[in-house]
Design a protein around this ligand. Structure first.
Ligand code: FAD
Length: 282
């Protein structure tokens, strides 16, 4: 594979859950930095909660570690002033690469509030933030379609609008079956979406993650993986190893098939992430 076609490596982390645990997250960033990712993205609490933490963590990644940081930003419950405030904080620290997201509807948001929200979709957030002409945008995409979308075709048509509004690359929801991803890739191309797509892979390191994280994301679980959970789920060490091996196989197959990028949902676990990256041949 030529240098030009090389698959880009990136990671996702989340900010500290407790206010005083920045050191723990910075140490995760330090370890991930040793794996030389092209960028590290940092999530954003639903409804903008923890937004200051996202700014602080992305500031550290970009300015202390010298690695490009992408700050996630959601808008579903926000007014323009809230978005302006976060954008201004990000600009102050020089982080201008944003993963623009609508965000999930908060449980306490009424139908009326949801229907009259100021930003209907991630594409509206991009359009609004574009007035800061030094911002660059990524968008989210869903190989199995977004849960609210009526059809894959409709979801991809909406994704195309997001790209046309200014998302210069896309990061995918996690998936566990590469064939689903390859079909999605083809459908995107056929619809005229040609920006790079970073394939999101989450190493499943415990049986509990299947009923929590995977269930929440709506990702379907292929038989090959559910068989592993049946076989190893009762033994933490064996399940961890099986989950790491599964992620390695998925990622290697993506690299071998020329994926634009692989985006590892590190879950702030640098040890498992390192084991995976060390095993990959780029
Ligand atoms: P949108 O792109 O707005 O899409 C949402 C729905 O609206 C889809 O069904 C789509 O088909 C439809 N749609 C889009 N545009 C239009 C349009 N113009 N007209 C009509 N319909 C349209 N959540 C967080 O709270 N914090 C995070 O940090 C976070 N990070 C994420 C990172 C990734 C890589 C991914 C994949 C998801 C992340 N999420 C995060 C979850 C995300 O906020 C939810 O999935 C949310 O429900 C949708 O966000 P979106 O930006 O994809 O929305």
């Amino acid at each position: 594979m030529s240098e030009q076609n090389k698959t880009v490596l990136s990671f996702e982390i989340f900010p500290p859950k407790k206010d005083d645990d920045f050191d723990g997250v910075f140490s995760v960033c330090d370890k991930l930095a040793e794996l030389h990712p092209a960028f590290i993205s940092c999530t954003y609490g639903a409804g903008g909660s923890r937004s200051k933490k996202t700014v602080e963590v992305t500031d550290y990644i970009q300015n202390k570690l010298g690695i490009e940081a992408i700050a996630h930003m959601t808008c579903v419950g926000n007014k323009k002033e809230d978005i302006d405030a976060v954008a201004s904080e990000l600009k102050k620290v020089g982080v201008t690469h944003v993963l623009a997201l609508r965000g999930d509807r908060p449980k306490d948001m009424s139908d009326e509030q949801f229907e009259s929200r100021e930003f209907a979709h991630a594409s509206d957030l991009i359009t609004y933030l574009k007035k800061n002409d030094d911002f660059k945008f990524a968008g989210a995409c869903y190989p199995e379609k977004h849960p609210e979308a009526m059809s894959k075709r409709g979801d991809i048509a909406n994704l195309k609008r997001k790209v046309e509004c200014g998302a210069s690359h896309l990061i995918s929801q996690l998936f566990m079956d590469n064939d689903v991803y390859y079909e999605f890739q083809e459908q995107c191309l056929a619809s005229g979406i040609t920006v790079p797509i970073h394939a999101g892979i989450m190493p499943i390191t415990s049986a509990k993650m299947v009923s929590t994280t995977i269930a929440m994301s709506g990702t379907s679980i292929p038989k090959a993986f559910s068989d592993l959970v049946v076989k190893y789920g009762d033994n933490n060490d064996d399940m961890r190893k099986a989950g790491v091996d599964y992620a390695i196989r998925q990622l290697q197959d993506l690299i071998d098939n020329g994926a634009d990028g692989i985006h590892i949902y590190s879950m702030n676990k640098p040890k498992a992430t390192k084991e995976i990256v060390d095993a990959l041949r780029f």
